[in-house]
Design a protein around this ligand. Structure first.
Ligand SMILES: Nc1ncnc2c1ncn2[C@@H]1O[C@H](COP(=O)(O)OP(=O)(O)OP(=O)(O)O)[C@@H](O)[C@H]1O
Length: 654
């Protein structure tokens, strides 16, 4: 084993540049076979990339610019590389070297269950290779499993008749009614993917798709088992609420032709994916799997961009082949925190459509819509089952323009929108000192007043009597006020990161007499759960507010809002939580706030990308404020796209 290499790894770990896990992983690999420093270097890099969401290491990266990939300076990388000694000259040389290592299985050769897999020019941890292969096979299989073609006249006529009832108006700007197309495409098979930015009508569409599925189920309509799910509790509750409201409205429209209310009532609550699959404490395995599948006919999953590779693999294994899977999400949002960029890979062709002739004629027969030539192509099976909604009904104005500019990689236009917006919907603050940010946290800004003062003032009006209805109404109003404003950070550490800002905001609110910090727990403390806790039923990412326990004087409870419902847990029972006046953009996915303020740091080390900025902006419903001590960080981030190494796109042949 190379001492020089591991000395270097130790130094980089001490400097906080490497995870301790990466060195330990390389040592483990060395302990079960070859221990050449080249293999060790590849293992350290593979492990670091896994921590950054990549599912594999592209061998070409080893000779390209790994420092950029890791956010290191060139010197740090050069020193690590020098400690290895001979560095294979190119990808072919790396492949030859790795293929000869006892711990690596070159895919296609006799399998000895080695811990690493070399597939073409990608090096994998075996688990991720298995997940990618499984997801690709399962999704392709579903996409190809179509039950309807254009010439099945009776069926397409029926679909068309219902779609005309469910979507009675042509799209506002004319052109293709992509919402109708999305329903028609999804109803013909076992997979439907609907992607689009905020407010493009994904939920509106899926509610109608459900009605269409009920309507065309014939005699099986009463027994159609529908499940709703999302990666987080909050997103699940939002999905359920939107679908219920939409189905309620639709029920009036369709009248006695379809007993929508009764059918909807049998759907049950929306659940987190963890709870749907039956997560168990202390194990990654779920109760539902290939050998004990879910009892559903239709599964609708919202916020699919947050689903990581391992979860998608588990979900597909647990879903019976005969069930229809509908995925909803915004392909341009940040990918999951854990490895994989599954929705992005699935929606690779969504922008261009690439619909084949048979899809075009089916769409025409079942919707009357003529998809324009520009969207024709020879996309694979998944592209045929994917529809992108393109018109946002919520995001006009400067926030919409800003999101569009960021998505297009047009930094100059984004800055123009931020600097010049006339109506206070968006605003840019050059952060010279923390007091600017703290004032915003306290009271908002001119034209977008609010801040945290609002909910803290409401807390001061605690109901005097312990009347359950009054108490619940008060809790809901406090939660709602809290949900109307949030500070999002691009990074965790440093002056402009989550940890520093939470302390500073807490002190500022205390100085303003709005809260009294007496210990770890205090009235008004917002907290975010950082680990799933099955005993209390709270999950990673849930956000709650600490309020007095009406039943026990002096005790505190944390209240979590879930759609129309409120759940509470005794504060002292919550183990893994952190204060959440400021939270990361990553953790804000699936949530929306009336006023969202996003803080960018002074220096990003090249690690911020467009998807993060876009996700932050699109969390804002009415007002968006950008704060940064260095405007260049915004421009650099907009110029950079997140590229996650993954073999999924290739395997899917979308
Ligand atoms: N075809 C349509 N006709 C009328 N209203 C529509 C139509 N499509 C969407 N809407 C309305 O536009 C708004 C946004 O739609 P919806 O909430 O379904 O979007 P979304 O893509 O699910 O948003 P989010 O990203 O927040 O999940 C809703 O008020 C919805 O009722």
């Amino acid at each position: 084993m190379s001492n020089a290499f591991f000395d270097q790894v130790e130094a980089l770990t001490e400097a906080g540049l490497l995870r301790r896990l990466s060195g330990a992983f390389a040592r483990f690999i060395a302990s079960v076979g070859d221990d050449g420093p080249q293999l060790m270097a590849a293992c350290v890099l593979l492990s670091e990339l896994e921590g950054r969401g990549h599912s594999c290491l592209m061998l070409s990266e080893l000779n390209a610019d790994p420092a950029a990939l890791l956010g290191w300076s060139g010197d740090e990388w050069r020193e690590l590389r020098a400690s290895v000694g001979d560095w294979p000259a190119d990808t072919a040389a790396w492949r030859a070297l790795l293929a000869g290592c006892a711990q690596i299985w070159p895919a296609g050769s006799p399998d000895l269950n080695q811990p690493l897999v070399l597939d073409g020019e990608r090096l994998y941890l075996r688990r991720y290779w298995q997940d990618e292969t499984h997801v690709a096979g399962a999704v392709r299989g579903r996409a190809l499993d179509r039950v309807m073609a254009a010439d099945e006249e009776a069926a397409t006529d029926d679909i068309r008749r219902w779609l005309d009832i469910l979507f009675p108006h042509a799209p506002r700007g004319g052109g293709v009614d992509w919402q109708k197309v999305a329903c028609a495409v999804a109803v013909r098979g076992k997979l439907g993917i609907i992607t689009g930015g905020p407010g493009t009508g994904k939920t509106y569409t899926v509610a109608r798709l459900l009605a269409l599925l009920f309507a065309t189920a014939g005699g099986r309509q009463d027994g159609l088992r529908v499940a709703l799910a999302a990666p987080t509790g909050k997103a699940a509750a939002r999905l359920k609420q939107s679908i219920d409201t939409a189905l309620d409205e639709l029920a009036v429209k369709v009248g006695s032709a379809l007993p929508l209310r009764e059918l909807a009532a049998r759907m049950g609550a929306a659940r987190t994916l963890h709870s749907l699959l039956g997560a168990r404490p202390d194990t990654r395995a779920f109760q539902h799997h290939a050998g004990n599948q879910l009892d559903v006919d239709v599964l609708i999953v919202d916020e699919a961009s947050m689903i990581h590779l391992e979860m998608m693999s588990a979900l597909l294994a647990a879903l019976p082949n005969k069930a229809t899977l509908i995925l909803l999400g915004d392909k341009d949002q940040l990918a999951s925190v854990e490895a994989g960029a599954v929705l992005g890979d699935l929606c690779h062709k969504a922008e261009a459509g690439e619909y084949r002739a048979e899809t075009l004629s089916y769409v025409h027969a079942s919707t009357g819509q003529q998809i324009p030539e520009g969207f024709e192509g020879r996309g694979g099976p998944i592209a045929q089952q994917t529809v992108m909604l393109r018109e946002s009904r919520r995001f006009g104005g400067p926030i919409g323009a800003l999101a569009l500019a960021v998505n297009a990689g047009d930094g100059a236009s984004a800055v123009d929108v931020l600097r010049e917006a006339q109506d206070n919907k968006v605003s840019w603050t050059d952060l010279a000192q923390s007091s600017d940010l703290l004032q915003l946290a306290l009271a908002g800004r001119p034209g977008a007043e609010g801040g945290y003062r609002q909910y803290l003032q409401l807390i001061k009006n605690t109901p005097a009597e312990v009347d359950e209805i009054v108490q619940l109404a008060w809790v809901k109003s406090v939660l709602q006020a809290f949900e109307s404003f949030r500070i999002l950070c691009a990074v965790r550490e440093g002056e402009w990161g989550v940890s520093g800002l939470n302390d500073a905001i807490e002190q500022r609110l205390q100085a303003a007499g709005l809260l009294k910090r007496t210990g770890e727990w205090y009235i008004g403390r917002p907290v975010m759960v950082t680990r799933n806790d099955y005993a209390t039923g709270v999950f990673n990412g849930d956000i709650g507010l600490t309020l007095p326990d009406p039943a026990r004087p002096g005790a505190l409870r944390v209240y979590f809002s879930e759609g129309d419902n409120v759940r509470s847990v005794l504060a002292t029972r919550l183990r893994n939580v952190e204060t959440a006046f400021a939270m990361t953009v990553h953790k804000s996915q699936g949530s929306e706030f009336r006023h969202t303020a996003m803080v960018l740091p002074k220096d990003s080390g090249g690690m911020l990308a467009r998807e993060l900025i876009y996700t932050g902006i699109t969390r804002a419903r009415d007002y968006f404020t950008l704060l940064t001590p260095n405007g260049q960080v915004l421009l650099d981030a907009i110029a950079q796209r997140t590229q996650r190494a993954s073999g999924l796109r290739n395997l899917l042949n979308t």
